[in-house]
Design a protein around this ligand. Structure first.
Ligand code: S3P
Length: 448
């Protein structure tokens, strides 16, 4: 079943050189946060370059349900008239976050310390994913929750009437959990402290600073210690969303594996907590360069140039790099199939609780397409076939997971036989222009 009930099977065929510029959409993580923090500020936040994918549109709808005025001005320009920290109204109806773990977890945090009740649901993928990782720390503020067995959606959250500040050590490397707690801490009086042992994407911290919150991060022996003073008045911002490195990964990786390719992917956010894939590809021997490095809106940005790279080598991907490329392992495993030798990817247990079990989904699909894979609970190894020797030829299940669908479409661009997915509709959650964008570069991706 697709996100909308109508599966869209897709097939990707071997193609000639990919050339030109790939203007990928705005960053998904920053887009969600722009809407949520805009709704928690007093006054009008203006956003340019918002990702208009289904996940973010669901967050926009949710912010309206909590009382913010969210307006689409066209061309990626949006505005949010915020209601202030603690100003959320109780929604009249169930909040449907669709496919988005980031949306639901961050919104649960944002409402958790306001005395209102809200019920959350999602699609078949989201309703399988663990929510206790968020509701457990929210309980420390005094928030109550009741969901299905295993802490799954649908779930009702009763916001704390008299929230207490917290000190919380994040037990899994998750920016969603960290961010949910920070957003909840906004409406708790006094100082809350969130500690993460491994650095995860820090957009929430950077954006809270921009919105005028008193937030500091100190790196100590315990990890990153983030201290936030509660009950600030957040000031509205003008946000220019950088383009998404996680979406850039697809045209970049496609260019590396297709003969003669030369693709420029401009304006990509290169926050160090997100850029792990690009360094990994360079270590594998990819012809990938960062041009025009600069800073925009508090985030490092560059233009990426990726060229066909016939001599890719398998490598050991450092486990400590996992958080900075957690969404990119599916497409990395495709590049690994085109490399000589094995690529070992340890420390990636979190891949098992994404939109799908991504180790299982990719390993099954890679094997079906003639690539050998070994896997354990928190690691996997892809045995590369080398350039021009990836067989392809199979239909793969996308499991309602956009990144699985796009990764196999990239795989088909260089394999001997075409590669198909049963349902490409989830691609619209994060990269609604994937098909025309890849088509304009020279790829052949068809709805079948
Ligand atoms: C995200 C955090 C990551 C990532 C997701 C976006 C965010 O999830 O996989 O796509 O915007 O905070 P986890 O927090 O579960 O690692």
């Amino acid at each position: 079943m697709s996100a909308h009930g109508t599966p869209i099977p897709m097939t990707s065929y071997k193609c000639g050189p990919l050339t030109g510029e790939a203007h990928v959409p705005g960053d998904k993580s920053i887009s969600h946060r722009s809407l949520i923090l805009g709704a928690m500020a007093i006054g009008e936040t203006r956003i340019e370059g918002l990702l208009e994918g289904e996940d973010v549109l669901d967050t926009a709808k949710a912010m309206r349900a909590f009382g913010a005025t969210v307006t689409d001005h066209g061309g990626g320009k949006w505005s949010v008239q915020g209601v202030g920290v603690g100003g959320f109204a109780e929604p009249d109806n169930v909040i449907d976050c669709g496919n988005s773990g980031t949306g639901v977890r961050l919104i649960m945090g944002a409402m958790a310390t306001t005395p209102i009740t809200a019920t959350f649901t999602g699609d078949a993928s989201l309703n399988k994913r663990p929510m206790a990782r968020v509701t457990d720390p929210l309980a420390l503020f005094g928030t109550q929750s009741v969901g299905r067995s295993g802490g799954r959606l649908p779930m009702t959250i009763v916001g704390a009437a008299e929230p207490k500040p917290v000190r919380f050590v994040v037990p899994v490397p998750s920016a969603q959990v960290k961010s949910a707690v920070l957003l909840a801490a906004l409406n708790a009086p006094g100082e809350s402290v969130v500690i993460e042992k491994e650095a995860t994407r820090d957009h929430t911290e950077r954006m809270l600073t921009g919105f005028g919150a008193n937030i500091t991060t100190e790196v100590t022996d315990e990890g990153r210690v983030i201290t936030l003073q509660g009950q600030p008045e957040l000031k509205p911002q003008h946000i220019v969303v950088p383009r998404d490195p996680s979406s850039a990964a697809f045209p970049v990786c496609a260019a590396l594996i297709t003969e003669g390719s030369d693709v420029l992917v401009p304006n990509i956010g290169l926050n160090p907590t997100r850029a792990g894939l690009f360094f990994t590809l360079q270590e594998m021997g990819a012809d990938l360069t960062f041009e025009n490095m600069r800073e925009e809106g508090g985030e490092p940005v560059a233009d990426l140039r990726a060229k066909f790279s016939p001599n890719l080598k398998g490598i050991e991907v450092p486990a400590e790099r996992a958080a900075s490329m957690i969404d990119e392992y599916p497409v990395l495993s495709v590049v690994a199939a085109y490399a000589e030798g094995k690529t070992h990817m340890p420390g990636v247990k979190e891949l098992r609780v994404k939109e799908s079990d991504r180790i299982d989904a990719m390993a099954t699909g890679l094997r079906a397409n003639g690539v050998a894979v070994d896997e354990g609970e928190d690691w996997w190894t892809v045995y590369g076939c080398g350039h021009g020797k990836v067989p392809g030829g199979a239909m793969v299940q996308s499991h309602l997971d956009h990144r699985i669908a796009m990764s196999f479409m990239v795989m088909g661009m260089g394999s001997e036989a075409p590669v198909s997915v049963d349902d490409g509709s989830p691609i619209a959650t994060s990269f609604p222009i994937f098909e025309p964008l890849m088509g304009a570069l020279g790829a052949r991706v068809e709805r079948s």
